[in-house]
Design a binder for this molecule. Sequence first.
Ligand SMILES: NC(=O)c1ccc[n+]([C@@H]2O[C@H](COP(=O)([O-])OP(=O)(O)OC[C@H]3O[C@@H](n4cnc5c(N)ncnc54)[C@H](OP(=O)(O)O)[C@@H]3O)[C@@H](O)[C@H]2O)c1
Length: 276
Amino acid sequence: MRNWVLITGCSTGIGRALVPLCRASGWGVVATARRVETLADLPPGEDLRVLPLDVTEAASIAAAVTACEDLSLKALVNNAGYGQVGPLELLRPEELRAQFETNVIGLHQVTNAFLPLLRREPGARILQVASMLGRLSIPLAGPYNASKHAVVALAESLRLEIGEEVAVVLVEPGAIRTEFRETLTKAWGDLPERARGTRYEAILARYLAVRKHQSERFAMDAGRCAGKILKALVAERPPRRVVIGRDAFWVGKVKALLPAAWWEAILRRAYGLKRP
Ligand SMILES: NC(=O)c1ccc[n+]([C@@H]2O[C@H](COP(=O)([O-])OP(=O)(O)OC[C@H]3O[C@@H](n4cnc5c(N)ncnc54)[C@H](OP(=O)(O)O)[C@@H]3O)[C@@H](O)[C@H]2O)c1
């Protein structure tokens, strides 16, 4: 009997890169995306099931569970997510809500919905894709930082509650080369207009440049990142955390070593937030 893994958010990026890797290592993959047509180019096979799944829609989640009932579902990768960024001062409550609906509540609902299927399989595991920004916060990414801190907290509580039956693995990537940066500028909507004439106008332009530079200089290829996730998926004893990328590994350590005032000064300078 084949082991199956369900992955959310397979239209692009890390989720998409994970699909062929899992199949190549003998797993069956339930590849899901809210726009199922984005999965049309996946090579068909007995080891692939393609399903629509919007993690913010209860009916969509329930339909996906029903469509997986006949499978030996051994793993769930909660990968779907996006970055809502911008200065907190300009953030609308509905933007914060939407960020949590997808990154936190969606992940929670999908987890709970699939738990009964996962519980049937010995050695089953849930991989929650958080971020290095689930352990530390950077400026201008407040909603995203908050959502990923929440993912870390939920996963750590869940592990205490069910970890002896179903393993809970936190995946904590640093910068990965995906569609993430493009989606981020779509998600902020009219933020550039809201920022016009405020101190954030120039800061936001700089923010994009800093992220572009970081992503070109440090970001890891999505395939490499997926390879590290696969290791946790197939490991006999799944790890509690998978920290992915040198940035994710070092930034937390540097923060822990530096006095808080130094750490904050470095970030303010990096993001152009020092007072003139
Ligand atoms: N890239 C990075 O630097 C980085 C670093 C740390 C953590 N992460 C995390 O890694 C995960 C994957 O991101 P990525 O970098 O691969 O970015 P990506 O290429 O933008 O992929 C994000 C995926 O999530 C999907 N998604 C968004 N909202 C959804 C919803 N409501 N229901 C179902 N799917 C939804 C997107 O689908 P659509 O195409 O329909 O929008 C897309 O398939 C995210 O959780 C992200 O926070 C990324």
